[in-house]
Every structure is written in structure tokens, then in C-alpha cells.
Design a protein around this ligand. Sequence first.
Ligand code: NAD
Ligand code: IPM
Ligand code: MN
Length: 347
Amino acid sequence: MKIAVFAGDGIGPEVTQQAVRVLQALDLPGLELVEGDVGGAAWRKHGHPLPEVTLEIARAADAILFGAVGDFACDHLERHLRPEQAILGLRKELGLFANLRPARVFPGLEGHSALRPEVAGAIDLLIVRELNGDVYFGDKGIRTLANGERQGWDLMAYSESEVRRIAHAGFKAARGRKGRLCSVDKANVLETSQVWRDVVTAVAAEYPDVELSHMYVDNAAMQLVKSPGQFDVVVTGNLFGDILSDQASMCVGSIGLLASASMAEGTKGLYEPIHGSAPDIAGQDKANPMATILSAAMLLRHSFGREAEAARIESAVAAALADGVFGGDLGGSYGTTAIGDAVLGKL
Ligand code: NAD
Ligand code: IPM
Ligand code: MN
């Protein structure tokens, strides 16, 4: 079990440390953790946010546990040197095209949602976000117009094969859950979304047991707040999935609770919280490590088939939350390490 651990910037190292403690407490046979530099930390040390030595560690590993990258002190750098390129580069280089972002309300946490408890209690959804294409990876640039103004541009594009493979991921995920798939796009305006909708509709013929619906992204943002319980699996593009998953986190209670798995074909995956490096609370023992601990659970499930241990971690987090182990993000006073201690205690 070779796991690359890329802690990154800001709260990345703090939350990753707690997830590593949890993994180490499980006595997994053959567990090997290999650390690597990413993000602003890697840029400082190696002059690049995703140095070749880190990529090698990633390629050699069975799975990657990722903290977060992002450092405002790097915002002046050329784009290819910015910390965020580390995670974008890993996703692209390793072909991690399917990003699974589950969101459910832990028992007892209904009152911590930004929504009314009776609305929040029904949330149990999975966002399947495409991760290798869209406006993120299209040609982009800044050009000077005839009138002397600068104009920024980013090409949004999806090919049929890119949509097809994420559609299959969405349908398969729905098949293993409640059998409902909602495809979110903006086909009323965007040609990219027209191709998306056509392909998803065609792929549906292979999954007669899954009920497919389509929704425009603006309506989806509204419905997610109005009645999130209607969603089972949501499949969507890179940008819409990014935005909707942060929104889903506050429906659940905190961005510090949402984990994710980024999968290629097969079992290789990268696992990370959906949040970023949170510079506003970095280095203060204030970050909630639960999202990263839950990402470690997803790692055991999706890369190693270790369902029992994954479920143990998830139960330990749920039990800690049921005991009122809340960080500042949930209105409590537990620090990062104390939350890790509490989860380990439950484990
Ligand atoms: P963010 O997710 O880092 O933080 C948003 C807000 O949520 C902040 O107030 C932060 O304190 C809070 N928060 C986030 N995680 C938390 C946790 N575990 N516990 C408690 N509170 C938490 O988003 P941002 O502020 O927009 O971005 C900061 C940096 O992170 C940027 O450089 C951005 O590019 C980067 N980023 C990286 C990733 C990633 O590595 N995958 C994801 C998102 C943002
Ligand atoms: C995420 C982040 C990243 C994204 C950034 C840091 C590139 O917001 O993982 O959700 O937009 O995918
Ligand atoms: Mn995001």
C-alpha cells in the first residue's frame, strides 16, 4: 500500500497530519507513506509547484493523499508557476477525470447546516465532477484589443469522448446508490453543454435501471438550497462541479467536512478535501481535519477495496461529531489536533 502524501500549503500540512495519524492507527499491512512537495511550498524549494520528483512519487504510488495548495504570496507568478497548478497538473498527468464529492448530513448535525434542519436532514448526494476538461484546460490567454484594453479569454470545450467517460462514471455511481442521475449543464446557452447533454442522453440507453434528468446549472444551484434531498447523483462539468460542491458543503454544515476522490480508469486515485489552503486560519490549529480524514477513508475504499476500514473511519468521524467535537467552522472550540485526537479515540 504505497501512498504518496502531498500536504501542500496553508492548512494542508495540518489537516493531512491528522489523516496520516488515522491511517497509521489502522495497522494496515504493507502501508508505506512517501511525502512529496506540492504548491507554493514546492515552488519555494524546487522553483516549480509540481516538480518532476513529486510527479515521480505520484506515478509510483498506488494512491495519493493531498492536503491543499494555494498561497497568496504566489499570486504574482506566471500562471504555470502558481501553486494551484500542482493539483491541476496531477489531475491531468494522472488522467484523474472523475471527481467524486459526496455530501451528506451527519446525524445530529442538521442544526449546523446553513439550511433549515428539516431541509438539511434529507441531504445524501454525490457530485460526480469531470476533472480533466472544460474551461479549466482549454486554451487561454490575455490579449490586447485594438483599443488598447486587455482581454482575458478561456476556451470552454468538451469532446464527446470526454463527456462519455464521465457520464459512465455518473451512471455507474447512480446504479450503486438510489438509481437517480441528474446531469447539470447550461445547454440553453452553451454549445459545450449541448454536446454534453446529447452524449449523456445517448449513454443513458445503456443504463435503463437509472433514471436520468437534466437541469440547468442556475436552477441546480437554487434547487440545491430549496430541496437538496431530491438529488442522488449529480454529474456535471469541471467548473459547475467546483462551484456546486462548495455550495453543497454549506448545506451539510461546513466545507471542513467534504471529502473527495479523483479517479482515473482503474483504482489509482488522488484523495483530498474539497477545501483549499485557507490562509486566513493557517498555522493556528483552527482547521477542521475531518474532510481530509474522510478523504483517507475514500482512499482505502476506492484504491484498496478496504471497505471495512473506510467505514470504521467514517463511523469514528460521525461518532466524534455526535459527541459535539466541533471546530470553529461548526461553532465549536476544538482545534485541529484535538479533533484528530477525538477521531482516533473513537476509532
Ligand atoms: P478555502 O477553501 O481555502 O477557504 C474558504 C473559507 O473556508 C475560508 O474562510 C477558510 O478559512 C474556510 N475553510 C476552508 N477549509 C477549512 C477547514 N478545513 N476548516 C475550517 N475552515 C475552513 O478557499 P479560498 O479562500 O477561496 O482559497 C484559498 C486558497 O486555496 C487559494 O489559493 C485557492 O486557489 C486554494 N484552493 C486550493 C484547493 C485545492 O488545493 N484543491 C481548493 C480550493 C482552493
Ligand atoms: C478544488 C479547487 C481547485 C479547482 C483549484 C485550486 C484549482 O477549487 O479542488 O475544488 O478549481 O478544481
Ligand atoms: Mn473548489
